[in-house]
Ligand binder design. Structure first.
Ligand code: PBG
Length: 337
């Protein structure tokens, strides 16, 4: 057996890891505040700021306090927020009527944000689950989530959001044909400058649990109502199918495409980054946030290091944009260095 002598070791990768400044030169992936979008939850009322039990450090804000939070995020240099409504039970019904009410909580919140922090991008969620008494992203009929009828509501909802001032419409429902339906409706109404961020590969994931707590929007299983979202969200086993969804969303006019959740789907993010000709986003979801928070609170993980490692890994896989509940923390950490 031949042994390696010191003279043979011409290549020593450790040379470039010796000091922090060498490591800076050697670094392949940069994480910047430019990459971050902060999800925010809005509730009715005034002066309300409720912590979400399963998402420590995240809140449901009434519009007045939402605006203050948005101002703080804008001052930190965060380009935009992704807004979600949490509605009381009495505002929900089977047809998700409130979803298209131009005077409802959600369009009012969008108007307030655009008035007080105009440069901050407002990305609006288009899906029926926060408004549906069945807790589904589409209309439920005969035990089915009906596709085409849902599309008509989503398209109207997108126009209501655009009228309220939304910069980017983000359909998160996974109905077939929604990007095309929304693009057509927006263009017909003159909203040609309103962009679409497609939730292109959204998986039927266990990691949305804390978000559904935040919105009280879990599917309400019964004989009539399916108890999960597997007939529209994707099977976690699939990646070829994600590329099919990507081709469809690009053909239908998506301006950005998203993979969700992020960490279990880094391979899908990577494949998107290789094929997509528009920016790729990744949603680091509520369960991913909750896991880090829970471990950190127990002293089992160092929070800042874990968050920086995780978000850098999402960037390394190929995400240009990261939706994360850690956006505010990250912006503060990245600013201080
Ligand atoms: C539903 C929606 C969900 C999330 C964003 N939009 C949950 C779901 O599909 O049930 C999840 C976000 C998160 O977990 O952080 N339209």
């Amino acid at each position: 057996m031949q042994t390696t002598t010191i003279a043979d070791l011409v290549v020593r990768p450790r040379r470039m890891r010796r000091t922090e400044n060498l490591r800076r030169l050697n670094r392949e992936t940069r994480l910047s505040v430019d990459n971050l979008i902060a999800p925010l939850f809005v509730i009715p009322g005034k002066g309300q700021k409720e912590e979400i039990v399963s998402m420590p450090g995240q809140y449901r804000f009434s519009i007045d306090l939402l605006v203050e939070e948005a101002q703080a995020l804008a001052e930190l240099g965060i380009p935009g927020v992704a807004l979600f409504p949490a509605l009381p039970e009495e505002s929900k019904d089977k047809m998700a009527t409130e979803a298209t009410n131009p005077d409802g909580l959600f369009p009012s919140a969008v108007r307030a944000l655009k008035k007080s922090v105009p440069e901050l991008l407002v990305i609006t969620d288009v899906a029926l689950d926060p408004y549906s008494s069945d807790g589904h992203d589409g209309i439920v009929r005969g035990g089915q989530i009906v596709n085409d009828e849902t599309l008509e509501i989503l398209a109207r909802m997108a126009v209501v959001h655009a009228e309220a001032g939304a910069d980017v419409i983000a359909p998160s429902d996974m109905m077939d044909g929604r990007i095309g339906a929304i693009r057509t409706a927006l263009d017909e109404e003159g909203w040609t400058n309103t962009a679409i961020l497609a939730y292109t590969a959204k998986y039927a994931s266990a990691y949305y649990g804390p978000f559904r707590d935040a919105l009280d929007s879990a599917p309400r299983a019964s004989d009539e109502i399916p108890g999960d979202k597997k007939t529209y969200q994707m099977d976690p086993a699939n990646s070829r199918e994600a590329l099919r969804e990507l081709a469809l969303d690009l053909a239908e006019g998506a301006d950005m495409v998203m993979v969700k959740p992020a960490v279990n789907y880094l391979d899908v993010i990577y494949q998107f980054s290789r094929t997509s000709d528009v920016p790729v986003a990744a949603y680091h979801v509520s369960g991913e946030y909750a896991m880090i928070k829970a471990a950190a609170r127990n002293g089992w993980l160092e929070e800042k290091a874990a968050v920086l490692e995780t978000t850098t890994a999402i960037r390394r896989a190929g995400a240009d944009v990261i939706l994360t509940y850690f956006a505010r923390n990250l912006a503060e950490w990245l600013r201080k260095g």
